[in-house]
Design a protein around this ligand. Structure first.
Ligand code: HSE
Length: 398
C-alpha cells in the first residue's frame, strides 16, 4: 500500500494528540481509509528525551519542506508566525496542509485556500472551529446545497462553563471565573474567552465559509459575559430561560448580520441545554431547516481527532483540490445598529415607565428596580434608550 508521510509542526497539546491518534488507531485508520499514514517528522524547538517522538524529531522546518516524500503537513504550532510562513511554504512546495490554528485560518484563510487550489492540493482546518465537532466539512460538503439562513453556536467552552456554573450555583461571575482558572478551564488571561473574541473568530470563519466571502474578526459585533451578574441569572430562572453566549450569523431580508453576545434562550431552544465546557452549533438551511452539531470544542484528543480526520481526507485527495469557496472579498453585512432584537432590561427605580416602544413587565426580584421585556426594536433605538436611562443590565432574547 502506498505510504502517506506526514510532518507535524509543533509537538504541544494538539500536535502530540495527533501523533498519539495516528499511532493508537493506525490499523483502523488504514482499514477504514485504505491509506497507510506514517509520521515521518515532528518539528519542535524542544527535545523530548524518553519519548518515542525523539526518533522523528527535527528542529529545522526546511527538512520537512524539502523532503519530497512528505505529502501532508500538520500545523499545530498555534500563533500567526511562523505558522503562516511554514504553512504557505508547505503549500507552495505542493504539500497538503491540515491545521488546528483558528487565528491563522481567520487571518489568512482565503489566501491559503487559493494557493491550495492553484496547486491542486488541500488546505484543511476542521479543528479550527469547535475542536472535535465536525462542522467545517458539514458546511463545505453536506450543506452546500442549502441557502444558510442562520448559524448560531455556543462556540466557547470557557464561557459556557462559567455561565453553567453561575446558573447551577447562583454564583457571581468573578468567583466562578477564579474557580474555572483554578481548575484549568479558563486561561490565566481569560480576556479572549470572556470578552467573546475567541467566539468572534470562530463565527467569522463559519460565516465566511457559509457565504463564500470574508468576514473579519473585527467586523463581528461582540459583547462578552463579564457584565452578566448573579441577579441576571435569578431573572433568567424566573423567566424559565437560560443565559448563553452565542456567536450568530443571521440572514434576513436579504442581508446578513453577525454578532457574539449573551442571550436569554427559551428552554426549548436547541442550544439552551448545552452545558459545561461543551460547544454546539446550530445551522439553519432553507431546505433542511435546523441541524445541530454538539461535542467537545477543545481539549487534546477531541481537537487532535478533528486534525486526523483532515489528514485522512488529505490522504484520500492527495493530488485533487476539494473545492472550498472562501474569497478575499468582504461579505456585505447589515450595520449592527439596524438589526432588531427584543431586550430583557433592568432599570433603576420602582416606578419606571418606558416610552417609545412596548414593554411586557417582569416582576421585580430586587429592591429599587424595574424589569421588563421590550418589543422588537432596533439596536439604534435601544442604544438611544440606554444612553438616556439608568440601565442596570440588559440581555437580548432569542
Ligand atoms: N478557549 C477556547 C474555549 C478553546 O474555551 O473554547 C478553544 O478555542
Amino acid at each position: 500500500m502506498f505510504m502517506i508521510n506526514v510532518g507535524v509542526l509543533g509537538y504541544g497539546t494538539v500536535g502530540s494528540g495527533v501523533v498519539e491518534i495516528l499511532k493508537k488507531n493506525a490499523d483502523l485508520i488504514t482499514q477504514k481509509s485504505g491509506k497507510e499514514i506514517n509520521v515521518k517528522y515532528v518539528l519542535d524547538l524542544r527535545e523530548f528525551e524518553g519519548d518515542p517522538v525523539q526518533s522523528v524529531l527535527v528542529h529545522d522546518f526546511e527538512i520537512i519542506k524539502n523532503d519530497p516524500e512528505v505529502n501532508i503537513v500538520v500545523e499545530t504550532m498555534g500563533g500567526l508566525h511562523p505558522a503562516y510562513e511554514f504553512v504557505k511554504a508547505s503549500l507552495e512546495a505542493g504539500k497538503n496542509v491540515c491545521t488546528s490554528n483558528k487565528a491563522l485560518v481567520e487571518a489568512f484563510g482565503p489566501e491559503l485556500i487559493k494557493i491550495a487550489r492553484e496547486k491542486n492540493i488541500n488546505f484543511l482546518f476542521e479543528a479550527a472551529v469547535g475542536g472535535g465537532i465536525p462542522i467545517i466539512r458539514p458546511i463545505r460538503d453536506c450543506l452546500c446545497q442549502e441557502d444558510i439562513l442562520e448559524i448560531s453556536g455556543i462556540l466557547n467552552g470557557t464561557t459556557n462553563y462559567i455561565l453553567t456554573e453561575m446558573t447551577d450555583k447562583g454564583a457571581a461571575f468573578d468567583d466562578v471565573l477564579k474557580d474555572a482558572q483554578d481548575k484549568g478551564y479558563a486561561e490565566k488571561d481569560p480576556t479572549a474567552d470572556v470578552c467573546g473574541y475567541d467566539a468572534a473568530r470562530k463565527i467569522a470563519i463559519l460565516t465566511s465559509l457559509s457565504y463564500g466571502k470574508t468576514v473579519k474578526f473585527e467586523d463581528v459585533y461582540t459583547e462578552g459575559i463579564t457584565e452578566i451578574s448573579a441577579e441576571d441569572i435569578v431573572y433568567a430562572k424566573k423567566l424559565d430561560k437560560k443565559v448563553k453566549i452565542l456567536g450568530s450569523a443571521v440572514k434576513k431580508d436579504g442581508g446578513i448580520s453577525i454578532s457574539v453576545m449573551p442571550y436569554l434562550l427559551s428552554k426549548d431552544h436547541p442550544l439552551a441545554n448545552i452545558d459545561g465546557v461543551y460547544n454546539s452549533i446550530m445551522v439553519v438551511g432553507n431546505m433542511l431547516d435546523d441541524v445541530v452539531f454538539t461535542g467537545q470544542g477543545a481539549g487534546k484528543l477531541p481537537t487532535a481527532s478533528a486534525v486526523v480526520a483532515d489528514v485522512v481526507e488529505a490522504a484520500k485527495f492527495l493530488n485533487e483540490n476539494i473545492y472550498l469557496e472562501w474569497e478575499e472579498e468582504k461579505l456585505p453585512l447589515i450595520p449592527f445598529e439596524e438589526t432588531k432584537a427584543q431586550f430583557f432590561v433592568r432599570v433603576k427605580g420602582n416606578d419606571f415607565k418606558a416610552s417609545g416602544f412596548d414593554v411586557q413587565n417582569v416582576p421585580s426580584e430586587f429592591e429599587g428596580e424595574t424589569a421588563f421585556i421590550t418589543s422588537e426594536i432596533t439596536e439604534k433605538e435601544f442604544k438611544a434608550f440606554k444612553d438616556s436611562t439608568e440601565v442596570i443590565n440588559y440581555i437580548r432574547l432569542k
